[in-house]
Design a binder for this molecule. Structure first.
Ligand SMILES: [Zn+2]
Length: 496
């Protein structure tokens, strides 16, 4: 008995250490749950999967509020338990990361991984990151304390039955703040990702704790303070008054008093929270479908390729097995083509792109994937852009066809609008549609300065130096993103 067990363990260890791809067991059952804002792929029980889908939809409604548009698709992979999650959470060193949830925001969409068996733990990571995503796509200039403070504030949202609780304390922050001397407040207000003392990796440090307590205090201590917060932020964004002066004129007390108030707030340890009823959040409809193995292998490979991009080989193994089972799996062809393209294997990549388009049917993804990579390839050749084009290059025209098709199937793809605009930029007759496409993309992704840069080029082509200058001075420069401000300025001076 003992030797059998030892042999088994050795096998497992050898399997784990060899770095071979572990595809999920062949008899695994996966379902797809579709809700208005998420596509969920799960091997957990149907009831548990629907419950997680519901929580995410309700969280989104709570944080995003009414009327805002999400500009990219969000895929959630729910793993039944630690055993099935384990192969999908390897870090660069080949060891499983010590997490119960993952979030990655990429050009293709948001990817969220959850261990369904981990109780409430995965939600804090997912809620934190999803809050960042929503905030970052709405505001160009968010002070770091506000971005992290707000993300931490929403990381503790709890759904209980038909209620949601918002503003529960983050216990480890409270503990730390009670033990340690706080950072000077002007340091907290002016912290950037480049400052010493900032460490996004751990989310444990004093800066995170103080950002959280500051946001919690300004939001939850009184309705009057909560009302003043948007004004304070707007004025802070304008950046013409020192933060402390601005704070004092907004709230009627200075940093020294604020520090005392925060200390008392932490010592008292009585944190208010808000409670929402289900009807505030609206109901959520969901559809459940079984998945073929070829389909879920694609989704898992796609998850790997985006969340752990250093595991391209493992992702490719998923796509290849998916295609062995179903040679018409369009998404697996498209995703494999991209990986091959990254490796420089263009011939093989092109064959898979062709197969992807042939089998795409009404699915936007193959058109989107091929169209985006065509535009990337075209731009990588550094085509001349500071002059009016004489003739549209063939590749730009082909990319346009693909992107237009993806948008006809899924009109909300902000990145496709942006890339479509670029194809028009190289078309002698494309000025008006280029500007229109960039405007649409910018509305959906107001924080993306690369989009603004290309819109400046389009305005210059149209001979509209006034709009180009306005975009540079009113959007690009305030963003502080020098890598886009300088080329835009250069374009303005060289375009005649
Ligand atoms: Zn964060």
């Amino acid at each position: 008995m003992i030797s059998l067990l030892a042999a088994l363990l050795l096998c497992l260890l050898a399997g784990g250490a060899s770095g071979e791809t572990t595809l999920p067991p062949a008899d695994d059952e996966w379902i797809r749950v579709t809700t208005p804002h998420f596509s969920i792929v799960s091997n957990a029980r149907q009831g548990a999967s629907k419950e997680i889908a519901l929580q995410l939809e309700r969280f989104r409604a709570l944080v995003e509020g009414e009327g805002s548009v999400s500009s990219r698709p969000s895929t959630i992979v729910i793993f039944r338990d630690e055993v099935s999650y384990w192969p999908y959470k390897m870090n660069r060193q080949g060891k499983p990361a010590n997490v119960a949830g993952h979030f990655a925001s990429t050009r293709d969409g948001n990817y969220i991984g959850v261990n369904a068996d981990a109780g409430e733990t995965p939600y804090s990571v997912i809620f934190h990151e999803y809050t960042h995503y929503l905030l970052n796509q709405t505001f160009a200039q968010i002070p770091l304390w506000m971005n992290e403070g707000r993300a931490e504030f929403f990381s503790t949202v709890r759904m209980r039955g038909d209620r949601a609780e918002v503003g529960r304390p983050v216990e480890h922050h409270v503990r730390l703040l009670r033990q340690r001397k706080m950072l000077p407040l002007d340091q907290v207000f002016l912290m950037t990702t480049k400052s010493p003392g900032y460490n996004e990796g751990t989310r444990q440090g004093l800066f995170y704790a103080q950002s959280w307590v500051l946001y919690h205090y300004l939001m939850m201590n009184s309705a009057e303070q909560r009302r003043r917060l948007p004004f304070f932020l707007r004025r802070m964004e304008e950046g013409d008054v020192p933060t402390e002066t601005l704070f004092e004129s907004t709230y009627g007390y200075d940093f020294e008093q604020l520090e005392k108030k925060l200390k008392l707030y932490v010592q008292a340890n009585m944190f208010n929270f808000l409670e929402y009823r289900d009807r505030d959040l609206g109901s959520v409809e969901s559809q459940v479908q079984p998945m073929t193995r070829a389909d879920y292998l694609h989704e898992l490979g796609d998850y790997l390729a985006h969340v752990t991009p250093w595991r391209a080989e493992d992702a490719a193994a998923h796509f290849r097995e998916s295609l062995r089972l179903d040679p018409k799996q369009a998404r697996s062809h498209a995703s494999l083509a991209r990986l091959l393209e990254d490796e420089g294997k263009m011939l093989e990549a092109n064959e898979h792109y062709a197969a992807a388009i042939e089998n795409a049917g009404e699915d936007y993804f193959p058109f989107f994937a091929y169209g985006m990579s065509s535009v990337d390839r075209f731009l990588a050749r550094k085509p001349k852009i500071f002059a009016r084009p004489k003739q549209i290059p063939k590749e730009a025209l082909a990319a346009r066809g693909l992107l237009a098709r993806s948008l006809s199937l899924s009109p909300g793809l902000a990145e496709a609008h942006y890339a479509l605009g670029i194809t028009f930029l190289f078309d002698p007759n494309g000025i008006a549609p280029a500007i229109e496409a960039f405007e649409t993309a910018r509305e959906m992704m107001p924080t993306r300065m690369d989009v603004v840069y290309y819109e400046v080029l389009a305005c210059l082509q149209a001979g509209d130096r006034k709009s180009a200058t306005a975009l540079i001075e009113q959007v690009l420069e305030p963003s502080g993103e020098k890598n886009w401000v300088q080329p835009a300025r250069q374009a303005l001076s060289s375009f005649r």
